[in-house]
Design a protein around this ligand. Structure first.
Ligand code: HT7
Ligand code: ZN
Length: 875
C-alpha cells in the first residue's frame, strides 16, 4: 500500500456544499442514494478530475446534473470513482449504491450490532456507505432521510436536528429526516436505526437555549445509563464555565452499541459509544468503570468544539483534536475528582503505554509525517503525549495567555479544518512568544531523557542543579534537536516547607518553572540556611524520563514532606523501583536500610488519615511487571521481573501487615454503594491493602480474599476479591468463578470481566486456560470487547505468561491476529501491537517473538492494518 505523506498534502479538487442522503435500511441490501452539490475548489486547477472514495459499494446508478453517465465517462476501482470530465462550475452528482450491513464485520461504515444499524465513519468509513471525497477538509451540510421497517428499527437517529418523520404510506416502513446545519467532514456522519430503550433529560445552556438529551441503550438497561446522563450534563456545564463553550444543536443523543472497535465516537449531535462506556450500575460496574464512563462521555462531548466545530485539515493533524480533547477531559476529571490522584493515574498510564511505544519500533511523532494506514495512528502518542504537549503549553505560557490563545483559536477557526500550525499561531499571537522550538514536541518522536545533577554545598549555603537533556533516536529520526522542557520545581526544607521564597535563584524561575531550552544548563540557588532537597518536575511538568543523583534518603524526605502530591508519590515509587532493580540484578535488598526506611515511609503515608485515601491507595500500589520492564530497558527476563515484583508485594504485605489490617478495618463501609469519588477512594484504599495482604499467600490470605468476595455488595469489591483469589488459585477461586459466572452469564459486559480475570492471572496454566476459553460458548471473535477481554488482556495484561520462554504465548497471539484479520483488520492490528516492546527482551525470547512477527508479516492477503504493524515492528 502506498505511503501517504504530510508533505504531499494538496487541497481537494472539488468541494461539496451540501449532501442529501436517502438511506433505506435493509439487513443485507441497504440502498444509499446520495445527491452531492459540488463545485470546483478555487484553490485547484480548473480541469482537475472529480475523485470520490468508495469501498465495497455496488453501483446502481450515477447521474451528473440529472443525466445518467455512460460507462465510458467514469472509472471505478476498488478504491473509488473518478470522473475525468466534470463541469467547471457548480454541479450535482447523484449516485445510488447497495451495501450489506450484515456482512460488515470490520465495523467501519454501516453495520449491525445486536440487530441495531449503526455507523462508524472515522477515519475512512464513510466511503463504505457512499461515494464521497472522504477526507476531513471537505465540509458539507448534511440532510439525511432514513427509512426502515417499523418493527426492525422503531428508533431512527441522525446528525443534527430532526426535521420530520412519519410512516411510508401503504407499507410497514417509516422514515425520519435529520438536518445538520453545521458543515462537517464525512467522518462525523452517523445514523442509528434499531429497537432501543432510552432515557431523556434536558439541559439549558448558559445563553438559555433548551437542549433535549437522549441516551439510547439495549432495552431493559435504561437504568444503567443514568450515571452517563449525569456525567453528560456536568460536562456540558463544565465546558461553558471553563472553556466558554456552549452546545449548539437542539438535541444531543448518545447511543450505546455492543460491537465497537474503539471507545466511542463524537459524531455531530449523535455520539455512538461502546456500551462499556455508557452502562454502569453498582452491581455491574467497578468504580474504575464509572470513572471511565464519566471521562469518555466528557471526552466525546468536548469534541463538539475541539474536533467538530474546528476539525482537522488532514489525518496527520489528528493530535489537534485528540491531544487537545484528552487534555480537556483530564482537566474535567481533575475538577470533578482529585486533581493529584488524576495526575498520578494519567502519568502511570503515559509511562506504561506511551513511553513504551515511544521507545520501541512503533515510535512516531505526536504529529506523524507519513502513514500507510491511519487507523494505526490512534495511539498513546497522539492521544496521551498529545495531551502532555498542551499541558506544557499552558505551563510555559501561563493560564491567562493559554486561555487567550484558546479563545482566539475558537474564534478564528470555527467552521474550518485546521492544522497544528494554525493552532500554535493563536498562542503565539496571544502570548507574543515564539513557539518555533516548542513545535519540536510535535515532530520529534522519543521520550527525552533529563539528567539532573544536584550539587549542594551546605557550608556555603548553595545548591546547583545541572540539567542535561537528550532525545533518543527513533525510527527514521537518528538525530534530534534540544526541546524546550518546562521543569516545575521547589526546594523542600527539613520540616517540609517550600524554601524557594527564602533563597536567591539564578536564573530566576517563572512561577516555579525553569525552562530548559538547550542541551545543558545550570540553575544556582544561594542563601540556603539548611540542607534542601530539590523537588524536580513537579506535577510531571514535562513528559520526560528524569534521572537524578538524589539518594534514597532525599527521595524519602520528598515522599514524607513534599507539598507537591505528585512528587510525593513519585519519590516513594522511585525508591520502590530502586529496591526492585536491586533485587532484579541479584543484590539482596531484603534487609537493607533503604528497604527498611521505605517500609517505614509507606506505613506512615498509608496510615495518615489526613491524606486522601485514593492517594494513599496509589502509594500502596507498587510498580508492576510493565513498570519494571521499562526501567530495566534491555535484555529483559520477564520471569525475573515478575519474581522481583511479587517479592516486593509479599515483603510489603508481610512487613506492613498490622498497618494494612488496621486500614482494611477502618475503611470498611456500611453505607449503600455510591460511585462518587469520596466513597470510591475508600474502596480503592481498602482494595489496594487487600491486594498487598493476600500477597503473603497462605490460608489466611485465601480466607480474607474469599470473605471479601462473598461480602461484596458492589462490583468494585467483588472484582477486588476475585482478582485477589485469582492470585492464590485453589478451590475457593473455582467456587468464586463459578458463582460469578452464574450471576452474570447473560450480562455481556460483566462476563468480559470473568474472561479477563482468568486471562491475567499470572500462574503457569494461564495460556492453557486462555486457549480453552477461546472455545467457551460465550467467547466470540465477532465482539471486540470479548476479544480484548480475553486475548488482548492475556497479551498485554499478563506479561509473564505472554512472554513464556517457550514462545507459545507469541504463537497464540499471532494465530489469533491472523484469524481476526479476515474479519476485523483494525482490531487484529491493535492486538498485534502487543509485540510493541519485543526488542527489549532477552535474546531467546526476542528471537521467538521475531519469528512470530515474521510469520505474520509473511502471510498472503494480509490487511493493510496488520501488514503495517508487522512490518514496522520488525523494521
Ligand atoms: N475520535 C474517535 C476515534 C474513533 C475511531 C477511529 C478509528 C476507528 C474507529 C473509531 N472509533 C472511534 C474516538 C475519540 O477519540 O473520541
Ligand atoms: Zn477523541
Amino acid at each position: 500500500a502506498p505511503r501517504i505523506r504530510l508533505s504531499d498534502y494538496r487541497p481537494p479538487n472539488h468541494l461539496v456544499d451540501a449532501v442529501e442522503l436517502d438511506i433505506r435500511l435493509e439487513p443485507e441490501r441497504t440502498q444509499v442514494r446520495s445527491r452531492l452539490s459540488l463545485r470546483p475548489n478555487p484553490e485547484r486547477p480548473g480541469d482537475a478530475p472529480l475523485v470520490l472514495d468508495g469501498e465495497d459499494l455496488e453501483i446502481l446508478a450515477i447521474m451528473l446534473d440529472g443525466i445518467p453517465l455512460a460507462r465510458s465517462e467514469f472509472v471505478v476501482s476498488d478504491r473509488g470513482l473518478t470522473i475525468a470530465a466534470v463541469p467547471d462550475r457548480p454541479f450535482t452528482l447523484e449516485t445510488t449504491v447497495l451495501i450489506d450491513p450484515s456482512a460488515n464485520t470490520r465495523l467501519m461504515g454501516l453495520y449491525r450490532s445486536n440487530g441495531v444499524y449503526c455507523t462508524q465513519c472515522e477515519a475512512e468509513g464513510f466511503r463504505r456507505i457512499t461515494f464521497f471525497p472522504d477526507r476531513p477538509d471537505v465540509l458539507s451540510v448534511y440532510t439525511t432521510r432514513i427509512e426502515a421497517r417499523k418493527s426492525d428499527a422503531p428508533v431512527l437517529l441522525g446528525n443534527g436536528n430532526r426535521s420530520s418523520a412519519g410512516d411510508v404510506p401503504g407499507t410497514d416502513r417509516h422514515f425520519a429526516i435529520w438536518h445538520d446545519p453545521f458543515p462537517k467532514p464525512s467522518y462525523l456522519f452517523a445514523l442509528v436505526g434499531g429497537d432501543l430503550g432510552r432515557i431523556v433529560d434536558g439541559f439549558t445552556t448558559q445563553s438559555g437555549r433548551q437542549v433535549r438529551l437522549g441516551i439510547y441503550v439495549e432495552k431493559g438497561k435504561e437504568d444503567r445509563a443514568r450515571y452517563a446522563m449525569d456525567a453528560l450534563k456536568r460536562s456540558m456545564r463544565w465546558d461553558e464555565e471553563v472553556f466558554g463553550r456552549e452546545y449548539d444543536l437542539d438535541v444531543f443523543n448518545i447511543v450505546a452499541v455492543s460491537d465497537f472497535n474503539m471507545g466511542a465516537m463524537e459524531n455531530k449531535g449523535l455520539n455512538i459509544f461502546n456500551d462499556r462506556y455508557v452502562l454502569a450500575s453498582a452491581e455491574t460496574a467497578t468504580d474504575h468503570d464509572f470513572a471511565s464512563v464519566e471521562a469518555v462521555i466528557a471526552h466525546e462531548y468536548f469534541h463538539n468544539w475541539t474536533g467538530n466545530r474546528i476539525t482537522c485539515r488532514d489525518w496527520f493533524q489528528l493530535c489537534l483534536k485528540e491531544g487537545l480533547t484528552v487534555f480537556r477531559d483530564q482537566e474535567f476529571t481533575s475538577d470533578m475528582r482529585s486533581r493529584a490522584v488524576k495526575r498520578i493515574q494519567d502519568v502511570r498510564l503515559l509511562r506504561s503505554h506511551q513511553f513504551v511505544e515511544d521507545s520501541g519500533p512503533l515510535a512516531h511523532p505526536v504529529r506523524p509525517e507519513t502513514y500507510r494506514e491511519i487507523n494505526n495512528f490512534y495511539t498513546a502518542t497522539v492521544y496521551e503525549k498529545g495531551a502532555e504537549v498542551i499541558r506544557m503549553l499552558k505551563a510555559l505560557l501561563g493560564p491567562d495567555a493559554f486561555a487567550r490563545g484558546m479563545n482566539l483559536y475558537f474564534k478564528e477557526h470555527d467552521g474550518r479544518a485546521a492544522t497544528v500550525e494554525d493552532f500554535l499561531a493563536c498562542f503565539e499571537k496571544a502570548s507574543r512568544r515564539d513557539l518555533t522550538q516548542f513545535k519540536l514536541w510535535y515532530s520529534q518522536a522519543g521520550t527525552p531523557e533529563l539528567a539532573a545533577s544536584v550539587d549542594q554545598r551546605a557550608a556555603e549555603g548553595t545548591l546547583e542543579i545541572t540539567f542535561e537533556q537528550s532525545v533518543p533516536a527513533t525510527p527514521g529520526q537518528p538525530k534530534k534537536e534540544p526541546m524546550v522542557l518546562p521543569i516545575a520545581m521547589g526546594l523542600v526544607g527539613e520540616d517540609g516547607r517550600d524554601m524557594l521564597p527564602e533563597v536567591k535563584c539564578e536564573p530566576a524561575l517563572k512561577n516555579g518553572v525553569f525552562e530548559l531550552d538547550r542541551q545543558r544548563a545550570t540553575i544556582r540557588f544561594s542563601g540556603l540556611k539548611e540542607r534542601a532537597v530539590p523537588s524536580l518536575l513537579r506535577g510531571f511538568s514535562a513528559p520526560v524520563r528524569l534521572v537524578s543523583n538524589l539518594g534514597s534518603d532525599d527521595m524519602l524526605r520528598l515522599g514524607a514532606l513534599d507539598s507537591d502530591p505528585f512528587n510525593r508519590w513519585q519519590a516513594l515509587h522511585a525508591v520502590m523501583m530502586k529496591v526492585l532493580l536491586d533485587h532484579q540484578s541479584g543484590r539482596s535488598p531484603e534487609g537493607s536500610p533503604t528497604t527498611a526506611d521505605l517500609v517505614a515511609a509507606l506505613a506512615q503515608v498509608g496510615a495518615d488519615e489526613a491524606l486522601d485515601p485514593a492517594f494513599r491507595a496509589l502509594v500502596l500500589s507498587p510498580p508492576g511487571d510493565t513498570d519494571l520492564t521499562r526501567e530495566v530497558g534491555h535484555d529483559v527476563d520477564p520471569d525475573a521481573v515478575h519474581h522481583a515484583v511479587e517479592w516486593l508485594r509479599e515483603l510489603l504485605g508481610r512487613q506492613l501487615g498490622s498497618t494494612l489490617e488496621d486500614i482494611y478495618r477502618r475503611h470498611a463501609s456500611n453505607e449503600p454503594y455510591s460511585p462518587d469519588a469520596t466513597s470510591a477512594a475508600h474502596r480503592a484504599l481498602r482494595n489496594a491493602v487487600l491486594s498487598l495482604l493476600v500477597a503473603t499467600g497462605g490460608d489466611d490470605a485465601t480466607s480474607l480474599a474469599g470473605e471479601h468476595y462473598r461480602r461484596a455488595d458492589n462490583m468494585t469489591d467483588r472484582m477486588a476479591g476475585l482478582l485477589a483469589l485469582s492470585r492464590l488459585r485453589g478451590p475457593v477461586l473455582d467456587e468464586a468463578l463459578e458463582d460469578f459466572y452464574g450471576r452474570f452469564r447473560d450480562d455481556t459486559l460483566v462476563l468480559d470481566k470473568w474472561f479477563t480475570v482468568q486471562a491475567i492471572a499470572p500462574d503457569e496454566d494461564a495460556l492453557d486456560r486462555v486457549e480453552r476459553l477461546t472455545g467457551h460458548p460465550r467467547f466470540a471473535m465477532s465482539n471486540p470487547n470479548r476479544v480484548r477481554a480475553l486475548v488482548g488482556a492475556f497479551a498485554s495484561g499478563n506479561p509473564v505468561q505472554f512472554n513464556r520462554k517457550d514462545g507459545r504465548g507469541y504463537a497464540f497471539l499471532a494465530d489469533h491476529v491472523l484469524k481476526l484479520d479476515r474479519q476485523n483488520p483494525q482490531l487484529a492490528a491493535r492486538l498485534l501491537s502487543s509485540f510493541r516492546s519485543w526488542r527489549v527482551l532477552e535474546p531467546q525470547r526476542r528471537e521467538l517473538a521475531r519469528r512470530e512477527l515474521e510469520r505474520v508479516a509473511g502471510m498472503d492477503g494480509l490487511s493493510r492494518d496488520v501488514a503495517d504493524i508487522a512490518e514496522r515492528s520488525l523494521g
